[in-house]
Design a protein around this ligand. Structure first.
Ligand code: ATP
Length: 586
C-alpha cells in the first residue's frame, strides 16, 4: 500500500474539526487499505506502532530528527532550526525543504506503508551504543524517498507530534461503518476492544472475518482487559438501593491495581493503565505463579505494600518505592507486597467476563490458595445498611480506603473499560491529619516476623478511661521503632508480662502477649477513625463503634515520667476526633 494514501487522508482529517467528517475520511482510508496491513494503518493513525501494552514506542528526540531532515534535504541543521522558529513544526519545515530539493532521484520507488512501518519499527527497537546514528540513518533514508507531504507526516509520527485527534471511539465508529454493516454494530467492536485493548487486532478481525467474528471475540492471555471502574455514593442506604437491595461489599484496598495474566509458569502483570509492570513486582509475579491454582488465568488484584515485620498494610504512598527500574531487589525487601485478589476474568480456557459476579468470585475462590501474602478480598454479602457501615469502619480500621460494593444480580457482568453502577465505592469524604501526639499505655504485643522474629511486631496500645478506671485499646502500633528499641522492648516489658489480659484492660483484640498496664509511650497517628474493633469510646460517637488511631508511629519517647493513669484519656481521643471533623467541615 502506498504511504501517500495515508498522507492524503491525514491531510483531510487535519483540515476538519468535525468528528463526523473525520470519521468519513477514516472510513475511506480503511476501505482503501489492504486487509493484511489494516492493523498497521490503525496503529499509525494513532501515532503508534503497537497497542500501548506492548511498550514499544515510536519517538526520537527532535534534535535527532533535525539531523535526519538535514541529511535528507542537503541543508544544514542550523537552517532547519531557524525555519522551525517560523513554522513552529519540524514536519512543516521538512515538507518545505523537500519541496526545494533540486536533486530529484528518478529511480526512487514510491514509499509504501510496509516500508515506513518496518523502518519505524527498527528505529523504535534499536537501543544502546550507536543506536542514535542508526536511527538518523533510517529516518534520513525514508525522507530521501518521500514526497514533501509524506515527509511531513513521517517526521510528525517519529517525533510524537502527529496529533490528528483520532480517538479510539472514532476508529471504532469508522470500523463499524466500513466493515460492520453500520454504526449500530459499534457496541460489538467496542466490547472486543475493551477486552483486548488492541485496536489493530480488532480492525484486522472485522476486516478479514466480519462482524460475526467480532461478536464471538473472547479475552486472550497476554492482552490486558480494560479495567471495570466504580461509581461512588455517600451512604450505605443509597448504595443498597442502587444495587437492588443486596450486594457484596469488599474491602477497598489502598494499593495498586494489577491484572495478572498467568500461562503455566509465565506471568505478566498489567497496571491500571495497562502498562506491563511485571518487572516492578517480581514478588507479585512469584505469588501469582505459586498460588493461583490454574494453568491459565486472568485475575485482578490490589497489590498492597505491607510492613515486612508486622504484616500490616501500609498506605498507598509506600508503593512509590517500587516504581523504579533499578534496585528493585532492595525495594522488594524493604517494601514487600501482598496481593488481594478481587476478580477472575478468565480461567483455563473459559472467558468469565460475561458471567455474573458471584460466579466469577466462585471461580476466584476456587483457584486462589490463600497465604500470608495472597488473599481473596475480604467481603460480606448483606442487605443491611448498618452491617455495611460496620464493615466499612472495619475496612478503614484495617488500613483500607473503604469499600467497593458490587452487584450480585444476574446482569453483574464485568464491564470492561466502563465506569458503571455495578460497582459502587464507599470512601470517607474527609481526610485530615492528627496534629497532636498521644501518650498511650502498652497493654499487649504481637510477635514479630521476618527481621523482627524474636521481638515484637507491634504493640497493642490503650487510652485511659478515668470514669471506669480502665484502659481501652485504641491502636496497634508497629512503626517508628529503631533496631535498638526492638532489642530492648522484650527485656523492658518482661517484668510486666502476665499470662492473660489484665482485668483493667478492655479489648476485643487477642494479643499474643499481655502486660500489666504500666508503660506509657508517645505516638503520632495519621487520623482518628470510627472502628468496630477498638474499645476506646465504644458507643460514644456511634452505636457498636469505637475510635481508632490509624497509621500510628512511635515517636521514640518512652514516657517514663507518666504513670498509666496519666496517659491520654478516652475523652481526649473523642475530642480530637470531633476537632478533626470540625476542621474538615470548616
Ligand atoms: P480510586 O482513586 O478511588 O481508586 P479509581 O478511578 O482508580 O479510583 P475506581 O473504579 O473509582 O478506581 O475504584 C475502584 C478501584 O479500587 C480499583 O481500580 C482498584 O484499584 C481498587 N480496589 C481495591 N480493592 C478493590 C476491590 N475489592 N474490588 C475492586 N476494586 C478494588
Amino acid at each position: 500500500m502506498e504511504y501517500s494514501l495515508i498522507a492524503d487522508a491525514y491531510e483531510k482529517i487535519e483540515a476538519t474539526t468535525k468528528r463526523l467528517e473525520m470519521t468519513d475520511h477514516l472510513v475511506r482510508l480503511l476501505k482503501e487499505t489492504p486487509k493484511d496491513v489494516i492493523d498497521k494503518v490503525v496503529y499509525l493513525t494513532q501515532g503508534k506502532l503497537y497497542p500501548d501494552f506492548i511498550g514499544i514506542e515510536i519517538g526520537i528526540a527532535e534534535k535527532l530528527a533535525i539531523r535526519a531532515v538535514a541529511r535528507a534535504t542537503g541543508h544544514s541543521e542550523k537552517e532547519i532550526e531557524e525555519d522551525i522558529r517560523e513554522t513552529g513544526d519540524l514536519g512543516e519545515t521538512a515538507q518545505k525543504f523537500l519541496r526545494k530539493k533540486t536533486q530529484v532521484s528518478f529511480f526512487s520507488k514510491p514509499l509504501t506503508v510496509e516500508r515506513v512501518y518496518e523502518t519505524l519499527d527498527k528505529m523504535a527497537r534499536s537501543t544502546g551504543a550507536g543506536s542514535m546514528d542508526l536511527k538518523i540513518n533510517f529516518l534520513a533514508g525514508l525522507l530521501s524517498d518521500a514526497s514533501p507531504k509524506e515527509a511531513k507526516y513521517v517526521v510528525r509520527t517519529v517525533t510524537g507530534s502527529l496529533r490528528l485527534g483520532i480517538a479510539d471511539m472514532t476508529v471504532l465508529d469508522a470500523l463499524a461503518i466500513a466493515f460492520g454493516g453500520g454504526k449500530e454494530t459499534r457496541e460489538y467492536l467496542e466490547r472486543s476492544y475493551n477486552i483486548s485493548s488492541d485496536l489493530g487486532r480488532v480492525a484486522k478481525t472485522v476486516a478479514e472475518e466480519g462482524i460475526e467474528s467480532i461478536k464471538e471475540f473472547e479475552v486472550s492471555l497476554g492482552e490486558p482487559i480494560r479495567p471495570m471502574l466504580a461509581e461512588r455514593l455517600g451512604s450505605p442506604t443509597e448504595i443498597l438501593e442502587k444495587l437492588g437491595g443486596k450486594c457484596t461489599a469488599e474491602y477497598k484496598y489502598d494499593g495498586e491495581r494489577i491484572q495478572a495474566h498467568k500461562k503455566e509458569d509465565q506471568i505478566i502483570l498489567f497496571s491500571r493503565r495497562l502498562e506491563d509492570i511485571t518487572d516492578q513486582y517480581p514478588d507479585g509475579s512469584e505469588l501469582t505463579r505459586k498460588h493461583v491454582k490454574a494453568k491459565e488465568a486472568i485475575i485482578e488484584a490490589e497489590c498492597v505494600a505491607v510492613d515486612p515485620d508486622t504484616g500490616e498494610m501500609k498506605p498507598f504512598q509506600e508503593l512509590m518505592h517500587r516504581r523504579r527500574k533499578y534496585g528493585v531487589k532492595k525495594a522488594m525487601e524493604e517494601y514487600p507486597v501482598s496481593l488481594f485478589m478481587f476478580d477472575a476474568l478468565y480461567v483455563d480456557g473459559k472467558d468469565l467476563t460475561l458471567e455474573p459476579y458471584p460466579v466469577r468470585r466462585q471461580h476466584l475462590e476456587k483457584i486462589i490458595e490463600q497465604t500470608d501474602h495472597v488473599k481473596v478480598s475480604e467481603h460480606i454479602i448483606t442487605d443491611d445498611p448498618e452491617e455495611l457501615e460496620k464493615f466499612f469502619e472495619k475496612a478503614v480500621e484495617n488500613g483500607c480506603e473503604g469499600l467497593v460494593c458490587k452487584s450480585v444480580n444476574g446482569d453483574s457482568v464485568y464491564q470492561a473499560g466502563a465506569r458503571g453502577w455495578l460497582w459502587i465505592k464507599y470512601k470517607r469524604d474527609y481526610k485530615s491529619e492528627m496534629t497532636d501526639t498521644v501518650d498511650l499505655v502498652v497493654v499487649g504485643a504481637f510477635h514479630g516476623r521476618g527481621k523482627r522474629a524474636g521481638t515484637y511486631g507491634a504493640l497493642l496500645l490503650a487510652a485511659y478511661d478515668p470514669d471506669e478506671d480502665v484502659f481501652k485499646t485504641v491502636t496497634k502500633c508497629g512503626t517508628g521503632f529503631t533496631d535498638e528499641d526492638l532489642k530492648k522492648l522484650p527485656k523492658m516489658m518482661e517484668k510486666y508480662r502476665i499470662p492473660h489480659r489484665h482485668p483493667r484492660v478492655i479489648s476485643t483484640i487477642e494479643a499474643d502477649v499481655w502486660f500489666e498496664p504500666t508503660v506509657v509511650i508517645e505516638a503520632m497517628g495519621a487520623e482518628i477513625t470510627l472502628s468496630p474493633i477498638h474499645a476506646c469510646a465504644m458507643d460514644v460517637i456511634r452505636k457498636d463503634s469505637g475510635l481508632a488511631i490509624r497509621f500510628p508511629r512511635f515517636t521514640g519517647n518512652y514516657r517514663l515520667d507518666k504513670s498509666a493513669e496519666d496517659a491520654t484519656t478516652v475523652q481526649e481521643v473523642v475530642e480530637m476526633y470531633r476537632g478533626q471533623l470540625k476542621k474538615v467541615a470548616g
